[in-house]
Write a protein that binds this ligand. Structure first.
Ligand SMILES: [Zn+2]
Length: 223
């Protein structure tokens, strides 16, 4: 299943791919197509832009320079590292080419994220993608570590509070525990917005007249 699904219907801009940015922000849920860092985590959208998945400098893909389907939302780090990279025919034949996040989720079967946030390539495609984009660089590793530790902390807090709630605690104590559980649930929602914002919150980025054409995807990737 694709990591990112295009739900917008942008017009065909003839002069600049940069005009697609509002649509890309929505379709890629304000996160980098490659390292998954979000705008909120990276302190704003100004460091994000459009990457030509099939490089526009490659004569074979020159005709795709204004093609919306070939534009991927991406952080400045991944954009500059990926640059004009594209595998040779020999590499492709050997299975070494980019995992396309608009076709499948790179972090499901091609690249495993271990408990410390480190990456382990599972396939030649995963290996090529991880190495070429340098996805084990410090800023990406820090993001994955924070994502994992925050989720663990929330899970642990919920588990402990749940455990205390089932004991024979007095009513006042149970009410207090229930209140704390609601706080944890609220924090979980806040954190989800930070690492995988819900589509509804991104709709306002799209020019008004195109919003009614958007098909809001159901369900978000688990973080
Ligand atoms: Zn990135």
């Amino acid at each position: 299943m694709a990591r990112f699904v295009r739900a917008t219907r942008p017009p065909a801009y003839k002069n600049s791919w940069k005009r697609y940015k509002p649509f890309l922000r929505f379709d890629f849920r304000a996160q980098c197509a490659y390292c998954e860092k979000t705008e909120l985590y990276a302190r704003g959208h100004t460091g994000f832009g459009a990457d030509h998945f099939r490089p526009k400098s490659n004569p074979a893909f020159h005709s795709l320079r204004l093609n919306y389907e070939n534009l991927y939302y991406c952080c400045a780090g991944c954009n500059s590292i990926k640059n004009d990279e594209w595998p040779t025919a020999e590499l492709v034949a050997a299975g070494f080419f980019f995992v396309d996040p608009c076709v499948e989720d790179p972090f499901k079967s091609h690249i495993k994220v271990n408990g410390a946030g480190e990456l382990e390539a599972q396939t030649p495609q995963g290996d090529y993608t991880k190495r070429t984009l340098r996805l084990d660089r410090k800023d990406c590793l820090d993001f994955r570590k924070e994502r994992i530790s925050a989720r663990r902390a929330l899970d642990d807090a919920e588990k402990v509070l749940d455990g205390l709630l089932t004991s024979s605690a007095p009513k006042e104590r149970k009410d207090e525990l229930k209140r704390m559980l609601r706080v944890v649930a609220q924090l979980r929602r806040c954190w989800a917005q930070f690492v995988d914002p819900p589509p509804q919150q991104l709709l306002h980025h799209i020019p008004k007249k195109y919003r009614r054409d958007v098909k809001i995807p159901s369900g978000a990737a688990s973080v």
